[in-house]
Design a binder for this molecule. Structure first.
Ligand SMILES: *Cc1c(COP(=O)(O)O)cnc(C)c1O
Length: 388
């Protein structure tokens, strides 16, 4: 018997890290102590008070049932309160917020609600691959916006051709940015809202890293811009802020029609976030701010250790105070993939080649600062011994 994969699966771009995974396994098999700075998954545990809250919630039989699709009222209220305190944004918890089983889930499903076959989505690259795959699964077409270093990795909105703007249905943005670490300003968000209103385009803003910083002035939200709620939906996650990637909880917030459309797709696909997890998520959002600030300091310290070593190896690093990523230029004459395999083969350090996030990532590589200080120091010592 032969079973063919669907055309939509066959249309996905090839998995670029296959060769790198192979080399990593081979290097490990040689007995090398490999330091993995590849995947963006925090190494530190979830705060204690969040775990305690889940333990308690798990014992309550009320939480053993199907949750309400869009989220518990209490969870939606806490998210609304969080927006008010953190961003000064007023949201109606009943109509403008929807819980998600991690933000990836919402990001992947959202195009299904508003993209028809052949519709155009504007997608920056290098970027999180889910913007592309979600669009593809909905039958949409992607128009890529290169993120260039000379523009501080923001899309140059002025260079998008007007016929493309006329056809575009949806624009994805992601700041603080994965993989580059670049932040966005309120002015940038304002220009996005203006463009979206002019051309009748939905803005989907992925804010997964908004709390991962060591600045005292936190990163803005697009929803702070007057009128943003007419065009924008923001995807948020507890994963990176509270070291909760394995818990699967996040939310979408913003324009009522957009939130409702996403909710409609979801109610046909899943049955919401476990109530116990929502209750734990509430305790994270309502908990003390100190652990979040402390995480920022930890990433700052790790970044300083690694960046110093990269510079002494003559590598050029993009400066930022956001995310736990270090985005660097690979040496002239090397491709991203060559650089990553050189690092693995010669010093046993895993980095992600930039072209894995899109063609404009070629010539770059990404380190994720998700090992403890000692391991980062060890990676730094090994890197400093390399000369390019
Ligand atoms: C990690 C990440 C997410 C998704 O995180 P969830 O765990 O699904 O909430 C979304 N966007 C970007 C850019 C990410 O790096």
């Amino acid at each position: 018997m032969t079973f063919e994969l669907s055309e939509r699966l066959k249309a996905l771009p090839p998995y670029l890290f296959k060769e790198l995974d192979r080399i990593r396994d081979e290097v490990k098999a040689r007995g090398v102590d490999v330091i993995d700075l590849g995947v963006g998954d925090p190494d530190r545990p979830t705060p204690d008070y969040v775990i305690k809250s889940l333990q308690k919630a798990a014992e309550d039989a009320d939480n053993h049932k199907y949750p309400v699709y869009s989220g518990m009222n209490a969870f939606l209220d806490v998210v609304a309160k969080w927006y008010k305190n953190r961003h000064g944004v007023t949201l109606n918890p009943k109509t403008e917020i929807c819980s998600l089983i991690g933000s990836k889930e919402g990001i992947a499903q959202f195009p299904m609600a508003f993209i028809n076959p052949g519709d155009l989505a504007l997608i920056p690259e290098p970027s999180y691959p889910v913007y592309r795959s979600g669009t593809l699964f909905a039958g949409g077409q992607s128009y890529f916006l290169p993120l260039l270093e000379k523009n501080k990795f923001l899309p140059d909105l002025n260079t998008i051709p007007t016929d493309i703007l006329g056809k575009a249905k949806l624009l994805w943005i992601n700041y603080p940015n994965n993989p580059t670490g670049a932040p966005a300003s309120s002015e940038f968000y304002a220009s996005v809202v203006e463009l979206a209103k002019k051309w009748n385009i939905i803005v989907a803003s992925d804010a997964a890293y908004s709390e991962v910083t060591w600045l005292s002035t936190p990163h803005p939200s697009i929803l702070e811009i007057p009128g943003a709620k007419e065009v924008a939906i923001e995807f948020h996650s507890l994963s990176k802020t509270f070291n909760m990637t394995g818990w699967r909880v996040g939310w979408a917030a913003g324009n009522e029609t957009l939130v409702k459309g996403l909710g409609l797709v979801k109610s046909n696909v899943d049955s919401g976030v476990s109530q116990a997890i929502q209750i734990a998520g509430m305790s994270a959002l309502e908990g003390p701010r100190e652990p979040v600030i402390e995480m920022g300091r930890i990433y700052q310290r790790r970044r300083e250790i690694l960046v110093k070593a990269l510079k002494s190896a003559n590598l050029s690093v993009f400066e930022t105070s956001h995310t736990f990523y270090v985005w660097l230029k690979v040496p002239v004459g090397l491709k991203s993939a060559d650089f990553a395999s050189k690092l693995l083969n010669e010093i046993g350090v895993v980095a992600t080649p930039g072209n894995g996030f899109g063609p404009s990532g070629e010539g770059f590589a990404r380190f994720a600062l998700v090992q403890d200080d000692k391991r980062i120091k060890e990676a730094a010592d090994r890197l400093a011994s390399l000369k390019f």
